[in-house]
Design a protein around this ligand. Structure first.
Ligand code: ADP
Ligand code: MG
Length: 263
């Protein structure tokens, strides 16, 4: 009798039913191919079972990562691989590669990206955020102005403590563009409370086009700014980006013209 190489119709129908009940469509699709390989390569039953389960787990992990990316509300998709270190010469490859391991998220440390407009601060913040999503961390992205609006809404509705508690379930928050707009005193205060609540408990990535020395002006209060910077930088990687805007890289506008040219 020739060796049987395909499943019987009844068994096939049962596999369809069982994988549907388990909501495991990837495994369902993989079974015929894996069964072929198991027969030809002489896998044990356990090896075959592990191969089937592995397909499903991998598919779910990828799917979960994508769901977290959507939920995080990034304004664009960026990756560390697309970051051009030849343009951002002051940015150390090693430092960014280290950040890409996401050990800062597990350590509950912060990342602070400082530099002029167009130098890739948001790009790096998004790229790290997306990586964190794929690694299984929940992430939320918003501009500083949006965070402040959200915190003020919660405050006025009497649910500020609940909002802070809810945000504590996110291992990583991205706060983009501190410094583009000055904060009202109430906003500065709410923002400070957010940073305090996360201190040593969960990570934030912060971007700003202003050096720390100007944060007193942004927050309208030197003491609040100093207390916030203190908490932010205590356990933080600071990336100082210098140079011209990438947006203007193929135009002459981004560069200070040289004093003389010979032609
Ligand atoms: P910033 O937040 O510092 O103002 P962005 O991150 O928004 O700047 O960068 C502006 C645009 O230029 C984005 O499209 C970004 O992807 C791109 N960009 C900036 N720096 C780089 C870089 N070093 N390599 C590749 N793309 C870059
Ligand atoms: Mg930006």
């Amino acid at each position: 009798m020739p060796a049987k190489t395909t499943t019987e119709p009844a068994l096939d129908a049962e596999l369809v039913y069982l994988t549907r009940a388990l909501k495991a469509p990837t495994m369902r699709e993989a079974i015929p191919r894996l069964a072929e390989r198991a027969r030809s390569d002489g896998w044990t039953h356990e090896q075959f079972l592990a191969a089937c389960l592995e397909r499903e787990v991998t598919a779910r992990a990828a799917h979960g990562g994508e769901l977290r990316v959507k939920a995080a509300r990034f304004p664009a998709r960026k990756s560390l691989e697309d970051f051009d270190f030849a343009h951002a010469t002051a940015v150390k490859r090693d430092q960014v590669a280290h950040l890409g391991t996401l050990s800062f998220v597990t350590a509950k440390d912060n990342v602070i990206l400082l530099g002029p407009p167009g130098t890739g601060k948001t790009h790096l913040a998004i790229a790290l955020g997306i990586k964190a999503c794929h690694a299984g961390h929940r992430v939320l992205f918003a501009t500083a102005a949006d965070w402040v609006a959200r915190l003020a809404d919660a405050h006025h509705a009497g649910r500020f403590p609940d909002e802070i508690k809810r945000l504590a379930r996110y291992p990583l928050l991205v706060i983009d563009e501190i410094g583009y707009l000055p904060f009202e005193p109430e906003a500065a205060n709410l923002f400070f409370q957010l940073i305090s609540a996360r201190y040593e408990r969960a990570s934030v990535i912060v971007t700003s086009n202003q050096p720390f020395s100007r944060w007193g002006e942004i927050f309208g209060d030197d003491t609040v700014a100093a207390a916030m910077i203190d908490r932010l930088v205590h356990h933080a990687e600071i990336v100082n980006i210098k140079g011209d805007s990438y947006r203007l890289k193929d135009r002459d506008l981004g560069r200070t013209p040289p004093a003389h040219t010979n032609d």
